[in-house]
Design a protein around this ligand. Structure first.
Ligand code: SF4
Length: 450
């Protein structure tokens, strides 16, 4: 099979988390810089980049079957594999398919232009590993949204939870200098971006390599940038969430009233085997302190069901924790072993039937709780940042409130994407709210946060 060496167009497919979505913006910026133009669909592209994730179920099989499908659809397409599966599988991906032109791990994303050049000279480069000195040029990031902007503040993870592959695929923690992050945020704000999302796998482990400043200090500065309507940060590790961070959250109204705080399990025994380094009670105490400082905060979490050795009693501990915390949203998954991770070897593994029965029960209760929490908002007016047309009805807008809840509402006429409108909530489901605009559109070109 002969692949396309002279690539002029590209298409990117992205799996996984916010970090991956942001890496795809980085990849797109680099490809445009190297003269490639975006194609409307994978079948029309000379280069298809698969930006992969290996956190969830059967990632390698999914990527292999996608490569097979794309190669069959257009035998001349060059496929580039990026992301966590690239780091994990490296050269084996080149062996499995002649259509794969290059493999680039998350630590080498900025070198994609170099890889494209190498392919055009008949090479099949593998760029993996981590280089703390790697050049990071945020000016080349291609951002699709003019309303929201993602900004990486820390890469990698040092936690080594026993189920997780991220420290192996994304390497150890490397924080960006505070001044560089701030310059990028200021640039976004001056371009009219209303909401900035600070990203890191364990974002509250952030330490500025120059000054030693922590996330609370960084957040304080970011929240004070003029023009920024909202600031959010994801993902926080409970053991690094200190009082200074809570204080900044409470004292800056433009810091999002939403927090993703993964618990993973409500059982102390399972938390210990996961190597999470906090107890159930410590997590509950933290939630109590956060809610005392910012009572309206909407909390979401991650839960793994069926971790090796999870008994019915352990699972009941998780179900009880749901009642105590009452999360607005829960991302729950059945445990699936990842190569290299200790939990892949733990015994006993839990059967798929037990995992799916527990998951079903958990989802059922989570939906009831989020429906109850959403119902409590009916009749209230909230500020909604308009993201774009609703997926179900183009005559309606979709946006998010200050607590990250999705709100759908009919268009009024004058408002645009990126405007903030006041919406009165009329109906509530488990996953979204429906309302009506009650005030005019608010455009905030010069919000002063100083
Ligand atoms: S904190 Fe744990 S789950 Fe999160 S990325 Fe690090 S190792 Fe993975």
């Amino acid at each position: 099979m002969k692949i396309n060496l002279n690539m002029k167009t590209f298409f990117i497919e992205t799996w996984g988390c916010q970090m991956n979505r942001h890496d795809s913006e980085l990849i797109e910026g680099q490809l445009r810089r190297h003269g490639l133009a975006p194609a409307g669909a994978a079948r029309d592209a000379d280069l298809v980049v698969l930006n992969t994730c290996s956190v969830r179920e059967k990632p390698v099989q999914k990527i292999i079957s996608r490569i097979g499908y794309l190669a069959k659809q257009n035998p001349l397409t060059t496929i580039g594999v990026c992301g966590c599966v690239a780091e994990q599988e490296a050269g084996s991906l080149l062996e499995r398919s002649r259509s794969v032109g290059f493999v680039i791990g998350p630590g080498q994303t900025t070198r994609i232009g170099e890889a494209v050049r190498a392919v055009s000279q008949g090479e099949r480069p593998i760029l993996t590993g981590f280089d703390a000195e790697a050049e990071y040029n945020y000016h080349t990031i291609f951002r699709k949204s003019t309303t929201r902007g993602m900004v990486t503040v820390i890469e990698g993870c040092n936690e080594f939870c026993t189920f997780c592959i991220v420290p192996y695929t994304r390497g150890r923690e490397v924080s960006r200098p505070l001044d560089q992050v701030l310059a990028e945020v200021r640039l976004l704000a001056s371009d009219g971006v209303k909401e900035v999302e600070l990203l890191g796998q364990t974002i509250n482990a952030y330490r500025c390599p120059d000054s030693g400043a922590d996330l609370a200090q960084l957040l304080e500065k970011v929240a004070s940038v003029d023009g920024l309507l909202r600031v959010r940060f994801i993902t926080s590790h409970p053991r690094h969430f200190d009082q200074d961070l809570i204080d900044v959250l409470a004292s800056h109204r433009n810091v999002f009233r939403y927090l993703h705080l993964p618990i993973q399990s409500g059982s102390d025994e399972i938390l210990k085997r996961m190597h999470r380094k906090y107890t159930r009670q410590e997590y509950l105490d933290l939630v109590g302190r956060i809610r005392k400082a910012a009572p309206e905060i909407n909390l979401s979490t991650d839960i793994i069901v069926g971790f090796p050795g999870e008994t019915e009693a352990d699972f009941e501990d998780t179900m009880e924790l749901l009642e105590e915390v009452r999360f607005g949203q829960v991302f729950a998954f059945g445990f699936s072993p990842r190569p290299k991770t200790p939990a892949a070897r733990y015994r006993p593994q839990i059967s798929d039937a037990v995992k799916s029965a527990r998951l079903q029960r958990l989802f059922g209760r989570c939906d009831e709780i989020s429906r109850e929490l959403n119902h409590a908002l009916v009749g209230r007016s909230i500020q909604v940042l308009i993201d774009g047309p609703s997926r179900r009805d183009p005559e309606h807008w979709q946006g998010r409130g200050e607590d990250n809840r999705v709100v759908n509402f009919p268009r009024c006429g004058r408002e645009e994407i990126g405007d903030v409108v006041e919406v009165e909530i009329r109906r509530a489901g488990a996953h979204s709210l429906v309302g009506m605009i009650v005030g005019g559109a608010v455009r905030l070109p010069t919000v002063s946060n100083g």
